[in-house]
Design a protein around this ligand. Structure first.
Ligand code: IMP
Length: 201
C-alpha cells in the first residue's frame, strides 16, 4: 500500500518506460504500477530461456526473491509466419547484442525481402507473483509486417507492424490507439480481471 495516496502499488519487473506507460494506461488508476527504478532496484535481469513464459517467470521470480513483494513481469516476442516464428523469444537481440531497435528492424525487413506472406503477431506473456504463487496471462495481437518503417511513436518493431483492422503502423498511433489493439493491453486486461477476482488474503 502506498502511504501517500493509499493506492495499491505493484512492482513491474522492467525498466522499459514505454512498457510501464502502456501497462499503466491499460490498468487505469485503480493500481499504481512502479518500475524497478522507481522501486529502488538496480538490476538487469537476463532473458536466457527459449520461451516467453520462462523468461517472464525468471524476471518475476528474481524480483520476488529480492523483495518478498508481489510483482509482475512480461516478455514479448514478434512472431513472423514467413520466418517460422522468428524473431520470437529472440526479438530484443535479433540483430545482435546491442539491442538497437533500428538494426533489429533492418534485419527483419532484409529477411522478409521477396516474401509476400507478411503475417505476424506480437505475443505478450505476463507472469504475476501474488502471495508467493505464480499466475501467467497471455495477450496476442495479429497483424502484418510493412515493407518500410512508418511513424515515430512507440518503440521496438512498432514502425513496421500494422495490427489487423488498422491501416497505420503502431508507431503512427498514440498510446491510446495502440492500446486499442495491443498484445500488452490484452494480457494486462487479464491481469486486472484476475486481481479483481482474487481479493488479497
Ligand atoms: P522484451 O519483452 O523487452 O524482451 O522485448 C522483446 C523485443 O520486442 C524488444 O526488441 C522490444 O523492443 C520488442 N517489443 C516488445 N514489445 C513491443 C511492442 O509493443 N511493440 C514493438 N516492439 C516491441
Amino acid at each position: 500500500m502506498n502511504a501517500i495516496n493509499h493506492k495499491p502499488t505493484l512492482i513491474f519487473a522492467t525498466n522499459n518506460v514505454h512498457k510501464v506507460e502502456e501497462i499503466q494506461a491499460a490498468i487505469g488508476d485503480q493500481l499504481e504500477v512502479i518500475s524497478l527504478k522507481q522501486a529502488g532496484i538496480d538490476i538487469d535481469i537476463p532473458e536466457p530461456h527459449e520461451t516467453l513464459e520462462a523468461n517472464a517467470s525468471e524476471k518475476s521470480s528474481t524480483i520476488h526473491r529480492l523483495t518478498g513483494n508481489d510483482c509482475f513481469s512480461e516478455d514479448t516476442g514478434l512472431e513472423v509466419d514467413a520466418l517460422n516464428g522468428e524473431p520470437g523469444v529472440k526479438s530484443a537481440r535479433y540483430a545482435g547484442d546491442d539491442r538497437s531497435f533500428s538494426n533489429n528492424i533492418d534485419k527483419l525487413l532484409h529477411k522478409l525481402q521477396g516474401h509476400t506472406d507478411r503475417k505476424a503477431r506480437f505475443r505478450t506473456v505476463i507472469s504475476l507473483i501474488r502471495d508467493g504463487q505464480e499466475h501467467l496471462f497471455e495477450g496476442i495481437c495479429e497483424g502484418r509486417i510493412l515493407a518500410n518503417p512508418a511513424g515515430e511513436q512507440g518503440f521496438g518493431y512498432d514502425p513496421v507492424f500494422t495490427p489487423d483492422g488498422a491501416t497505420r503502423s503502431f508507431a503512427e498511433m498514440n498510446m491510446e490507439e495502440k492500446n486499442h489493439y495491443s498484445h500488452r493491453r490484452k494480457a494486462a486486461d487479464q491481469l486486472v480481471a484476475f486481481l479483481k477476482m482474487q481479493p488479497r488474503r
